[in-house]
Design a binder for this molecule. Structure first.
Ligand code: KG4
Ligand code: ZN
Length: 341
């Protein structure tokens, strides 16, 4: 079975072709960063309009590159949520309509299930069950994953997502968008001894997160000092140190509580090198292992959407002709997929 995948939930236009026998054939991404960076964040209306411009030509180019004719495509998967409604609608409308005109099934896919299963596209995928840390611009989730579609939320952010906190901290420091890579780069010159920022909600039991206090602490520190190059690097370091530590502490707790031996990390913040290094050190004494998708599959992409679509379409799931997207959509409401792995 060959599936065309479409991702337009935020500021990246993604198209991919996944084949059940041959794996991922091609995936391409067009980033809208240039459009949004002057505003310091994603402007939903501009995102939707650019998806309209880019998507159809990308579908044509990716199919050509994958040597895939329309008759070779057995199903179309598009991101149906969560995300920006206008942006989602572009992918959903095109995906649903193409499937109708080609007389093949279509399926709306959950964006976070895509992130969660992205490591399955690698040569040594994790086996079920595992704990997943999903860290992106919109989500901070710890999920207990028993099998495909069997997700129990163990903890989540009560306010800002960790990626959002990186983006806001970067803005306070006058760094570019997206903030994660900008903070990480600035922090390389930072003095680890200069500041120690709080690790929110780590002093009490539970696996929920909160990052808005860390943002306020960052703002107050910025306001209390003259922001020269070194000061900026020191604050970036302290912020990253605290955000990463908070994630690592909660992951350790989740592994211990569940006795799981595998941790999957996915979503844009999963590209952070300090996070990767500290997670590696944390899991070693527990005898556990960490799995990441390759960096390009950590951030938004259509390969993960095509893969989830493949697994669910193969199991017989189909959407009606209605074009439906959801801004909010809980992972916990998804249906288990037959056949386990
Ligand atoms: O998963 P993603 O590409 O898009 C969403 O679905 O949100 O994640 C984007 C987020 C942004 O907030 C960005 O600042 C953050 O991931 N990010 C990073 C790094 N690279 C991207 N955060 C920390 N360190 C990084 N190296
Ligand atoms: Zn994402």
């Amino acid at each position: 079975m060959r599936v065309l995948g479409i991702e337009t939930s935020c500021d990246d236009t993604g198209v991919a072709v996944y084949d059940g026998d041959r794996g991922l054939l091609v995936h391409r991404l067009y980033s809208q960063i240039k459009i949004h960076e002057q505003y310091g964040g994603v402007v939903p209306e501009l995102a939707a309009r650019d998806h309209i411009r880019k998507l159809l030509p990308m579908v044509r180019a990716v199919m050509q590159e994958a040597r895939t004719e329309r008759g070779d495509v057995d199903g179309i998967a598009y991101t149906a949520g969560p995300g920006l409604v206008g942006a989602l609608l572009v992918g959903a409308a095109l995906g649903r309509s193409l499937a109708w005109s080609w007389d093949i099934p279509a399926l709306g896919v959950h964006h976070m299930e895509g992130h969660l299963l992205a490591p399955m596209l690698e040569s040594q995928p994790p086996k079920f069950p595992f704990i997943a840390l999903l860290v992106s611009g919109g989500h901070t989730l710890l999920v207990d994953v028993d099998g495909l579609g069997q997700y129990r939320i163990m903890g989540e952010s009560r306010d800002d997502a960790v990626g959002e906190a990186f983006d806001k901290a970067a803005k306070l420091l006058g760094l570019g968008y997206p903030g994660g890579p900008a903070i990480a780069a600035a922090a390389e010159q930072g003095d680890p001894q200069r500041f120690r920022f709080p690790r929110p909600m780590t002093d009490r039991p539970g696996l929920d997160f909160s990052f808005s206090g860390l943002k306020t602490f960052t703002r107050n520190t910025v306001l209390a000092h003259t922001l020269d190059r070194q000061m900026l690097a020191d604050i970036a370091y302290a912020f990253q140190d605290a955000a990463v530590d908070t994630l690592v502490i909660k992951c350790r707790r989740a592994l211990r509580q569940s006795s799981r031996e595998r941790l999957v990390v996915a979503g844009g913040v999963g590209a952070n090198q300090m996070l990767r290094q500290r997670l590696r050190h944390m899991v070693e004494p527990l005898g556990a292992h960490v799995f990441y998708p390759r960096p390009e599959l950590c951030t938004d992409n259509a390969a993960m959407i095509a893969y989830v679509g493949y697994r669910r379409l193969l199991a017989g799931e189909r959407d009606s002709l209605q074009i439906k997207v959801r801004a909010r959509w809980s992972l916990a409401t998804l249906k288990p997929v037959g056949g386990g792995e």
